[in-house]
Design a protein around this ligand. Structure first.
Ligand SMILES: [Zn+2]
Ligand SMILES: [Zn+2]
Length: 212
């Protein structure tokens, strides 16, 4: 069983049409980037990993750029740049395909959260909270369902509840489409429609690959 604190954290992250696992993975990732950039840049083992993994992937390099701390990034990237210069000199490959430090960590966090979500379904409060204001994105729904392979009851409950929510979102998108029909052209999008269509994008998009 995952620790209660994590299960509670997931429950607290339930919010209108946003996947709690995606939300928490993102928060943990941001914290990890901040810690590395602001506190651990002089940690030799971390610097070594950064070198070994040849920096960050495109997505995480972008996130790190947004996080600031230019001096610390300059320290990390200068070491990497010197290494690239050496390889160039020796006609060695400039990049080899290694997973990025943050991608690896993200995968571990995600696997733990998916397991904790499944454990949360053992608790009535958690299950009720999911029914009233939770939703999982398609990627995480599939991962939790896979863990529930042997628990038909919970599997069906999770499927039924989530299906209802997805169906509601589909109605929202249909309503948006109908408003673009010339016969209804004077109907404006409602406030909820303006928000929810974007939530759908997040709920059904596929997770990024490690390296892009
Ligand atoms: Zn998700
Ligand atoms: Zn990455």
């Amino acid at each position: 069983m995952a620790d209660k604190r994590t299960i509670l954290q997931i429950e607290e992250a339930f919010s209108d049409y946003q996947c709690p696992i995606c939300t928490l993975v993102e928060t943990m990732n941001d914290n990890h980037i901040r810690i590395l950039l602001y506190e651990s840049v002089n940690d030799r083992s971390l610097r070594k990993r950064f070198m070994k993994e040849e920096g960050f992937c495109k997505r995480h390099a972008g996130k790190a750029l947004e996080a600031g701390s230019p001096l610390n990034q300059a320290i990390l990237y200068d070491a990497l740049l010197e290494d690239i210069l050496k390889r160039l000199e020796k006609d060695k490959p400039l990049h080899t395909q290694t997973p990025c430090l943050f991608c690896e960590k993200e995968k571990d966090n995600e696997a733990y959260l998916v397991g904790a979500f499944k454990d949360g379904l053992e608790l009535t409060d958690f299950t009720e909270a999911y029914k009233s204001n939770g939703i999982l994105c398609a990627t995480h729904l599939e991962k939790v369902l896979a863990l529930l392979k042997r628990d038909r009851m919970k599997r069906e409950t999770l499927k039924t509840v989530t299906k209802e929510k997805y169906a509601k979102l589909s109605e929202v998108l249909k309503s948006i489409k109908s408003k673009h029909d010339y016969r209804n052209k004077d109907d404006a999008w409602s406030g909820a429609e303006r928000i929810l269509w974007k939530r759908v994008v997040h709920l059904v998009r596929q997770n990024d690959d490690d390296r892009q």
